[in-house]
Structures are given as structure tokens and as C-alpha cells.
Design a protein around this ligand. Structure first.
Ligand code: DQA
Length: 146
């Protein structure tokens, strides 16, 4: 079975409570349950951390064996060369997701250190972006063969 890991960075553990007008009312755990039902043919895993190094460690841990990564690095998107280097270091292809339209927000959210290291970016489509990213990884055959 193909293994895809969804990685959420800092403050995304508060989805559902955090600025609901921007990020919606649903917790990621609830959403993840529906994703797992939708993609029964895939082993979907989920990892969230507020710590940059823990996110780097996780990418190293699965980045040579899993077939795809969907990453929303939260604010580390705009600051982390370490996460960008981790995505370059591994062989598993990744797609970057942002729930909100970062380009319609503050200027500091317009630059991503990760975008040049991933296959594609999905921005501003809410939680649906994660589903589209998994679908793209599968349909475009950009996942590594198991
Ligand atoms: C975010 C956008 C980032 O700018 C912000 O720091 C987040 C969430 C998004 O999903 O829209 O934490 O990645």
C-alpha cells in the first residue's frame, strides 16, 4: 500500500479554534478521519508539531520510504531554510499546502522557502487543499513507487 504523510507545522494543532474566519471550524483530526475514508487504498499518516527540529526529524524518518508528503509548515514556511533543506535531502516527493490564500494576506506570507523544493503548491482552498494534494500525488504518479 502507498504511504503518504501529511505534516502540519506550528499552531495547526489549534485548527477549529484558531481564527475560524481564516482557518474554518473543523479540527484537523475530524478532517483527517474523512480523508482516510476517502483514500482507503492509501496508508495515510498524520504528524503535527510546533517544533521546527521535530518536523525536520520526521521528514528524515519517512523521506526515503514513504511515497508522498503533503506539508503545511505554517509560519515556518516563511522562515525555515532547515525545512527546505530537509525536503531537498529526501527522495519522497512533496506538495505544499496552505489553507488560507497567503498571497491575499500580509507581505511576509508571500514568500515560501519550501515552494522551490516541492512538486507543487495548493493555496487558499481551505482544508480541501489537503485532499487535492493527496489526489495530485496519486493521479499524477509523482509518488515514488512502493
Ligand atoms: C498557513 C499560512 C501561514 O502563513 C500561517 O503562518 C499558518 C497557516 C495556512 O495554512 O494558511 O500557520 O500555512
Amino acid at each position: 500500500m502507498k504511504k503518504i504523510l501529511i505534516i502540519n507545522g506550528p499552531n495547526l494543532n489549534l485548527l477549529g479554534k484558531r481564527e475560524p474566519t481564516i482557518y474554518g471550524n473543523q479540527t484537523f483530526e475530524e478532517y483527517f478521519d474523512t480523508l482516510q475514508t476517502q483514500f482507503a487504498e492509501v496508508e495515510l499518516h498524520y504528524f503535527q508539531s510546533n517544533h521546527e527540529g521535530a518536523l525536520v526529524d520526521k521528514i528524515h524518518e519517512i523521506g526515503f520510504t514513504f511515497q508522498g508528503i503533503v506539508i503545511n509548515a505554517g509560519a515556518y514556511t516563511h522562515t525555515s531554510i532547515a525545512l527546505a533543506d530537509a525536503l531537498s535531502a529526501v527522495t519522497t516527493p512533496a506538495i505544499e499546502v496552505h489553507i488560507s490564500n497567503v498571497h491575499a494576506r500580509e507581505a511576509f506570507r508571500h514568500h515560501s522557502y519550501l515552494s522551490s523544493r516541492v512538486k507543487g503548491v495548493i493555496v487558499g482552498l481551505g482544508l480541501r487543499g489537503y485532499e487535492l494534494a493527496v489526489r495530485a500525488l496519486l493521479e499524477m504518479s509523482i509518488v515514488n513507487s512502493p
